[in-house]
Design a protein around this ligand. Structure first.
Ligand SMILES: [Zn+2]
Length: 224
């Protein structure tokens, strides 16, 4: 399950990992906390939000995954109990083993908000004493995605070989109007070449780099 502030983040920075899980026989869910409706200087938010939603749905379908949206305002995603519980409920409903989300080292307030919401939502989802419609669900692993806007102190520890799904994922990303740089940032060049560079470090053709919460890296051993 990829949980992002905006639909583009979910597919560009987290989509290859989701595509690979589906390729390996798993299931994938994209959850965007907003429609990213304020992402265009040319197109009015109401219309752009629809375009973003349609693109995310097309991309998810192409990757064999599902897309969900919580329509918090773009630029104003609230770090509220309501938002944390809404994400908790979706985690309990979809029961993911693995969640990929934003790293906190972002300049973007929505990305930082998403990091905080997801961390608490994961905790709430697994909390047996918290009664919601669905029973508690504990995820196995949480990872933070490699995102150009979340680069501060991003220190990857996991290189995931996405070679089998690289082409399919690039095609899925192209569903977004912003992918080719209309909004000023060359997403296609950045994320396409990043997969090559991460592949060099990951000893494979194409890779995405992921970062684990530090506590997830703790090893408990009986000898060295
Ligand atoms: Zn974003």
């Amino acid at each position: 399950m990829a949980i992002a502030a905006h639909p583009g983040d979910a597919v560009f920075a987290m989509g290859a990992a989701v595509a690979l899980q589906v390729h390996l026989g798993g299931q994938g869910v994209f959850l965007s906390l907003s429609l990213g409706e304020k992402g265009s200087a040319r197109i009015a938010p109401a219309q752009y939000g629809l375009l973003q939603q349609e693109a995310a749905e097309r991309a998810a379908l192409a990757l064999g995954a599902r897309a969900h949206f919580l329509e918090y305002p773009d630029g104003g995603i609230p770090v509220s109990e309501e938002a944390k519980l809404a994400v908790c409920d979706l985690i309990r409903e979809h029961k993911p083993n693995i969640i990929v989300t934003h790293w906190r080292g972002s300049w973007h307030k929505d990305h930082k908000a998403c990091y905080k919401i997801v961390n608490d939502a994961v905790f709430y989802a697994g909390l047996p004493a918290l009664a919601r419609k669905q029973p508690p669900h504990e995820i196995r692993k949480l990872y933070f995605a490699d995102n150009w806007e979340d680069a501060k102190d991003f220190s990857p520890d996991t290189y995931l070989d996405i070679s089998p799904v690289f082409d399919r994922w690039l095609e899925a990303c192209a569903a977004f109007p912003m992918w080719r740089g209309e909004n000023g940032f060359r997403y296609n060049d950045y994320y396409g070449s990043l997969a090559v560079a991460r592949g060099c470090l990951g000893d494979c053709k194409y890779a995405v780099a992921l970062m684990s919460p530090s506590e997830q890296l703790t090893r408990r051993v009986r000898g060295l």
